[in-house]
Write a protein that binds this ligand. Structure first.
Ligand SMILES: Nc1ncnc2c1ncn2[C@@H]1O[C@H](COP(=O)(O)OP(=O)(O)OP(=O)(O)O)[C@@H](O)[C@H]1O
Ligand SMILES: [Mg+2]
Length: 270
């Protein structure tokens, strides 16, 4: 089991699309072994909640959830998609940074909320807003791995470097273990020479970038109209195969990463 967060300080790079499609893939793959998948929408924009058709009558638990004031189990709702549960976002999440800042242990609040859920779910996905903030620190504390979508532009590397610097500083200053960072290319258009060249250059400079890449695909853009993951309405889209490959590679990296395994073991023993 793993807690996976999509993260990038940059907005509009495909974080939410990744959570929705990978959660669906994980749920389909996990159906045989009974493991359910949970998506925790931490973004006040609520895009993941929209894609998963969060029922309007769900009682919103807002920031009291992250403060540990309500039972997290009460905030979970099933979705229309077999095997996928959701903790929907609500607009009060725009104040998450302030709430977390005032917490007793400001970097660990989210981990404390997510921790008990790890025994119930095969995989947990956190969908994060684009920022580097107190919420991000909490996400780094709660996640086993960060899935970092990068669009092939020269500036993308900067965001990845910023993340590496932040995590190294956090580890050095606070002695906190870093999540596994899994960058991958998103919205790739292989017809563009610039994209092909940049991918080649960036992969050479950063061998840790995953091989699986998500193409720019109209089916992903149509997720809003269909309110669901691509595989639910366009099985033949190239995006479906790309997310499946991405999921396989993420699982392989997680099982090869000793620190991620160690985190899972220490959780199981807790
Ligand atoms: N692979 C893709 N191909 C085509 N369009 C895509 C792809 N991935 C995402 N998009 C589109 O790009 C826009 C941004 O995607 P998404 O919401 O997933 O990004 P995000 O990083 O979560 O954004 P934010 O930072 O605002 O949360 C959406 O309109 C989405 O439909
Ligand atoms: Mg998003």
């Amino acid at each position: 089991m793993a807690v996976l967060a999509t993260y990038n300080v940059k907005g509009g790079v495909g974080k939410t699309a990744t959570v929705v499609n990978l959660a669906h893939r994980a749920a389909v793959a996990g159906r045989g072994d009974g493991g359910r998948t949970l998506v925790f929408d931490l973004d006040p924009q609520g895009a993941a909640s929209y894609y998963f058709r969060a029922p309007p009558k769900v009682r919103r638990r807002g920031t009291s959830l992250v403060r540990g004031k309500v039972d997290v189990l009460e905030a979970i709702t099933p979705t229309d998609f077999p095997g996928i549960d959701l903790i929907p976002s609500d607009f009060s999440f725009r104040n998450l940074d302030v709430v977390l800042d005032g917490a007793k242990d400001p970097g660990r609040s989210l981990a404390r909320v997510v921790q008990p859920l790890t025994k119930r779910y095969g995989h947990i996905f956190l969908d994060c807003p684009p920022s580097i903030s107190r919420l991000s620190e909490n996400v780094f504390g709660a996640a086993d791995a960060l899935l970092v979508p990068i669009i092939p532009t020269t500036l993308s590397l900067r965001a990845l470097d910023q993340l590496d610097t932040f995590l190294s500083r956090r580890a050095a200053e606070k002695g906190l273990r870093s999540p596994l960072v899994l960058p991958f290319f998103s919205m790739v258009d292989r017809r563009k020479r610039l994209h092909r060249e940049l991918i080649e250059d960036l992969c050479r400079a950063h061998p840790d970038i995953l091989r699986a890449a998500v193409p720019s695909a109209t089916s992903v853009e149509r997720m809003g109209a269909h309110q669901g993951p691509v595989a639910a309405f366009d099985r033949r889209s190239p995006a479906v195969g790309a997310y499946a490959d991405l999921w396989d590679e993420v699982l392989a990296r997680l099982s090869a990463d000793s620190s991620a395994s160690a985190r899972a073991v220490s959780r199981a023993q807790a």
